[in-house]
Design a protein around this ligand. Structure first.
Ligand code: HEC
Ligand code: HEC
Ligand code: HEC
Ligand code: HEC
Length: 391
């Protein structure tokens, strides 16, 4: 279904969004209790930090810094990282389970003893994470979306509740659907209106953030419209409810909520599927409907009560609480080398989480954890951890 307008990047974003939504629903679930690693990762012989320093000074310093601090965005800090994690990371590079151009040759040529020594060395250094509040303002995609939404509010209402006939409410709308709609306008798949030039100014991250912001607003209730017969509409809405929900609140985040939507907009958008809007599925369901039927159905959905589709206000915070069950300060998971994230380089964190999500980095644990997130949520998570004091 998404194939008709989704490129690979968009598909990933959408996948991220789907699951971000699923995630809100799963938030009460306990994460699978951490499974001990199949094999002990490290040989038990202790590393020699002094020998490790010598090695690091010649082989690693140019990127990981004199003090174990990254010399450039995208390179991780190693100082104060857990020894068992450093061991397992280097082993992963050596064995080709984790690949990166910068480390391929170096890791292949390191002996087991080099790996132990250099791990002991970096683990012994005091953590260097700046813990500065750089980008902390972007910790929340919700706040970012709110800031960007000001260009929309003159028409769609401050909180996305439109009071202008013909202009749709965005409040409480499904986040994934909002992104699809924005993409359709930008690509010209819907009738383009000059007023929507503002959408082109949104980066993909901002689009996601704006969608999350509006999806999290509480939709208002609407009075009975002057025309249309809601109870006749209720009869006709049976065929719609399989996708749009019995009362116009969809279970699938790519399908728009219709409940509480502006009456004129509903009428116009249903009719648009006869002409300018391109969804074959929708076209199929509305072909048999006359104008009076359409007004009745619109009246029915307009007076239904909707609810916010998202809770983006606390999404990043709620997630970090889950992450901290393994990554929290002072938390040790027996048998599992878990890296410290607090104070880590922001760009590196972002790349790492995306790598798990996109299957470019292997980890059964992290794969499960990071698959769900859209890019703006990943950015929020990275900003949060990067801005925390290193421990
Ligand atoms: C040319 C730059 C460069 C050099 C030299 C280099 N690294 Fe790295 N290192 C990186 C980059 C970039 C990454 C992130 C790679 C990735 O995304 O997998 C990294 C990642 C790592 C990681 C994984 C950290 C984590 O948090 O998962 C370890 C451990 C590491 N390097 C150790 C070393 C050691 C030890 C040396 C010297 C023997 C070394 N590196 C030399 C650039 C370098
Ligand atoms: C000048 C007024 C105006 C501004 C500013 C505006 N919109 Fe709209 N928007 C409209 C109108 C009118 C429609 C309905 C157009 C149609 O029928 O295709 C619409 C439709 C939409 C839709 C489709 C809703 C649906 O249910 O399918 C989305 C999503 C949307 N706008 C998002 C935005 C965002 C995000 C911004 C700010 C970046 C914005 N709009 C700015 C007037 C505006
Ligand atoms: C097979 C699933 C399906 C059925 C059945 C269905 N729809 Fe839809 N509907 C969709 C999808 C998917 C979209 C979004 C399409 C798009 O992006 O343009 C949509 C969009 C809409 C929109 C546009 C909403 C907006 O905010 O712009 C309206 C209005 C609508 N449907 C009304 C109906 C009505 C009325 C019926 C029953 C007569 C119906 N739909 C039956 C899947 C369905
Ligand atoms: C069940 C325990 C667990 C939970 C919960 C968990 N992680 Fe992890 N995480 C791990 C393990 C184990 C690794 C090391 C995997 C590897 O070697 O690639 C890891 C690695 C990472 C890395 C790579 C760090 C580096 O230095 O390369 C990042 C980033 C990360 N996790 C972020 C998160 C975020 C964000 C969350 C919450 C959304 C989270 N993790 C939840 C266990 C967990």
């Amino acid at each position: 279904m998404s194939g008709e307008f989704a490129g690979p990047a968009m598909k990933r974003l959408l996948l991220g969004m789907i699951c971000a939504l699923a995630l809100a629903g799963c938030s009460k679930e306990e994460p699978a209790s951490p499974q001990p690693a199949a094999k002990p990762v490290a040989e038990r012989a202790p590393g020699d930090a002094k020998a490790g320093q010598k090695f690091a000074d010649t082989e690693c310093k140019s990127c990981h810094g004199e003090d174990g601090g990254s010399v450039a965005p995208g390179i991780p800090h190693l100082a104060g990282q857990r020894e068992n994690y450093l061991l397992s990371a280097l082993k992963a590079y050596k064995e080709g389970k984790r690949a990166h151009a910068a480390l391929k040759v170096i890791a292949e040529h390191m002996s087991e003893a080099d790996v132990r020594n250099v791990s002991a060395y970096y683990a012994s250094l005091p953590a260097v994470g700046l813990g500065a509040s750089r980008d902390a303002a972007h910790t929340s995609p919700y706040e970012r979306g709110k800031a960007r939404s000001t260009t929309c509010s003159s028409c769609h209402g401050e909180d996305g509740n439109s009071g202008t006939p013909g202009i749709p409410s965005l409040a409480g709308q499904q986040a994934k659907y909002l992104i699809i709609a924005l993409q359709e306008y930008v690509r010209g798949d819907r009738k383009v209106s000059p007023t929507h030039a503002v959408m082109r100014a949104l980066s993909p991250l901002e689009m996601e953030a704006v969608a999350l912001y509006f999806a999290s607003q509480t939709p208002g209730e609407r009075p009975v419209p002057a025309t249309g017969d809601a109870s006749a509409g209720a009869q006709l809405s049976g065929v719609c409810s399989g996708c749009h929900g019995a009362h116009g609140v969809a279970a699938d985040s790519s399908i728009p909520n219709l409940a509480g939507q502006d009456f004129n907009y509903l009428v116009a958008s249903i009719k648009a599927y006869r002409t300018t809007r391109k969804r074959e599925k929708m076209r199929l369901y509305i072909t048999g409907l006359g104008d009076a039927d359409i007004r009745n159905i619109a009246a029915f959905y307009t007076v239904q009560k909707s609810r916010p589709a998202e809770k983006a206000q606390t999404m990043v915070r709620d997630l970090t609480e889950k992450c901290d069950r393994c990554h929290g300060v002072g938390v040790e998971v027996p048998g599992m080398p878990v890296p410290k994230l607090h104070g880590q380089d922001r760009d590196y964190l972002m790349m790492a989480i995306r790598a798990y999500r996109d299957d470019r980095r292997e980890s059964t644990t992290m794969h499960k954890m990071s698959l769900p997130y859209g890019d703006s949520i990943i950015e929020g998570l990275a900003n949060y951890y990067a801005s925390q004091p290193a421990n």
